[in-house]
Design a protein around this ligand. Structure first.
Ligand code: CDP
Length: 315
């Protein structure tokens, strides 16, 4: 059997309980991993039966005609009836052509990616999914890669970084160039406040003829996904972007590899202190997200051979 790695003794400045906590996590984790097709197929079929991600994860003109009543997944009482103007912003065609990808990398934003040298391995995936418009240049490339096929954007970033797109919008469009011609997935119908800023993002990209293709999450899919994870025993107010994209990847891709998922303050092997994100130390809102609980589900899927969770560095 491969030897399990354990965290080395802590220095005085490190937290003592953390070492125990991390060793407990590592006990359930083996770097030697083999896909177990039976488990993978079973989990995928449970997901697709309950959530239908392939057809319903995103809003398209085909699955959401004029007149549809959209029910916001974050605010139960809010609905919106699709009118021709909103309909014209919906994706034309199918964002995920009728095939599954061989390998997908889902890149979380955890500080564990710092100095990981995982960039090449991430970029070698056929389809790369990233969360919340993460930075990919200024030296990060080597550790997180540059290839992007799908990237999510939380409207709060648009509010904070780009003045809610109410003023000059060039800076936003320019910052999108690092994502090439990827799909930009926006939760436009999760909360009422998300809708106007997501539409402004759509119009901005269209007006500036950006190659990035904006597309909206289907709130019905997000609702069903929350129910799915609840039925798996996950208790959280709001699923994190990372687990949402992992779930979608499990329907879209035959091999799902996760990077940058490690919601703890210490590196699992070097035991150095980590920042929350690879690019800043902004903390997760624990009021809404239950990332360590989500992580234990991802760890379970790793042990079952459903997906591969990369911890530590890539050689
Ligand atoms: O939007 P959200 O707060 O969910 O995500 P984020 O902080 O931008 O990070 C993207 C995803 O990476 C999260 O949703 C988590 O699933 C994952 N993550 C992690 O596992 N560990 C961290 N320390 C930070 C993020």
């Amino acid at each position: 059997l491969p030897q399990k790695k354990t965290a080395p003794p802590t220095s005085k400045s490190s937290c003592r309980d953390c070492r125990e906590k991390i060793n407990k996590v590592l006990e359930q984790y083996s770097e030697d991993w083999k896909k177990q097709d039976e488990h993978f197929q079973k989990f995928r079929s449970q997901l697709s039966t309950k959530c239908h991600g392939l057809e319903k994860a995103t809003i398209t003109q085909a699955n959401t005609p004029v007149g549809t009543k959209l029910v916001y997944d974050g605010e139960k009482k809010r609905t919106l009836q699709v009118n021709p103007e909103i309909f014209s912003t919906f994706f034309k065609g199918h964002p995920f052509p009728n095939k599954t990808w061989h390998t997908c990398a889902v890149v979380g934003n955890g500080g564990i990616l710092v100095n990981s040298t995982c960039g090449k391995m991430i970029d070698s995936a056929e389809f790369v999914i990233r969360c919340n418009l993460p930075p990919l240049s200024n030296g990060y490339e080597k550790h997180v890669g540059i290839k992007t096929d799908l990237v999510t954007a939380n409207p709060s970033i648009l509010l904070e970084k780009f003045g809610a797109l109410m003023g000059r919008r060039r800076k936003f469009v320019e910052s999108m160039t690092s994502y090439g011609n990827s799909l930009l997935l926006l939760p436009a119908f999760s909360y009422g406040r998300n809708t106007p800023v997501s539409l402004r993002a759509f119009y901005t990209l269209e007006d500036f003829e950006s190659p990035v293709q904006p597309i909206f999450f289907n709130p019905g899919y997000l609702h069903n996904l929350a129910l799915f994870w609840r039925s798996q025993g996950l208790r959280t107010i709001r699923l994190s972007t990372g687990i949402i994209m992992t779930s979608l990847a499990l329907e879209l891709c035959d091999n799902v590899q996760l990077y940058g998922f490690w919601p703890f303050d210490f590196h699992p092997y070097s035991f150095q202190t980590l920042t929350n994100h690879y690019y800043d130390d902004r903390k997760t809102k624990t009021k809404f997200h239950a990332m360590p609980d989500e992580f234990s589900h991802l760890l379970r899927l790793h042990s079952q051979g459903v997906l591969k969770l990369h911890l530590g560095d890539c050689k």
